[in-house]
Write a protein that binds this ligand. Sequence first.
Ligand code: PHB
Length: 391
Amino acid sequence: MTTTVRTRVAIVGAGPAGLLLSHLLARSGIESVVIDRRTRDEIESTIRAGILEQGTVELLDTIGEASRARTVGHRHDGIELRFEGEGHRIDFGETVGRAVWLYPQHEVLKDLIAARLAAGQDLRFGVTAEAIDDGDRPRVLARDVDGQPFTIEAEFVVGSDGSRSVARAAVTGSSQGGYFREYPFAWFGILCEAPPSSEELIYSNSPDGFALVSQRSATVQRMYFQCDPDTDSDAFSEAQLWDELQKRVPGTELTQGPIFQRDVLRFRSFVAHELRRGRIALVGDAAHTVPPTGAKGMNLAIADVRLLAAALDALLLRGDERPLDAYPETASRRIWKAQHFSWWMTSMLHVAPDATDFDRRRQLGELRTVVESAHGRAYLAEAYCGWPSSE
Ligand code: PHB
């Protein structure tokens, strides 16, 4: 027997984008149902990147005290770019007067889930969307936790269901349909129990490849080093992992400690050919993915949501279609700026397996151009901290 629920907006995917959208809609009095194929525990424990732009933190402030980004997270006023054994600080305050917050995505998810449940949101875990029927009243065809058919009938469907989106096929005509680019490297990520090696993040370019020194807390650190995409995460001993990391961060001594988590992150750049069809729209990773260098992923998802929430307000409260018609074009401008920034940071800092001596020297010239130019530093800081929401 099929269970059918009716609502104004069906949101497929309870990641940061879907959850925040349900909050913004609720603030306008628009009811929604959010489903996700994962369990609450899976969602809250998936380890992802940790940098929030100032605009993202401000939007999260609207969920009230449930947002711990400012209390548990840490404000960062700069990053270090490191090459040829020397660190160069990019000062965000001095260049753009903004900051970022280090607060991991799964903590954002815990905050959002708690806030939405406390507000009485219809939020269902373990419900898998299988297809979306377009039409004046689009429908999400799903299976509930027990495998029984479950349908949501809505006035609008939003696909916030991540990089393996089901909603994407309903918008672009195929689950692949998009512009994309692969990279010949990946990141080996570790979590370790140790005090921080540095107060700010270090993005390091070395002849052996890229490394990122990030943090989680006073006792837990997150670090990554460039590796081959086919690397087996169990192939290294702890001592080897520290060697691999340390040789990519010459000039800074890393504080070592037990490594309790390791993963290999493959990455690519992707933008769906279409972001909206009729009464269905895509946001976040369902619409685009970026390589993690520069930490734009979640911030870009939140920027989509800000736009789409306003468009749905106009549509559902005033019958005004114009902001929705403009959504793909407006969202694309920021998406492609972020695609460029993420690609640029990635190619400037990593060493491609086929890099020639010329490529290496040119890359160092590029890094020097950035750190020695007020414009270079300002561009990096502006893109890292995030463009204003009107852009
Ligand atoms: C992280 O801390 O996980 C992190 C930080 C910055 C990035 C990517 C990942 O650019």
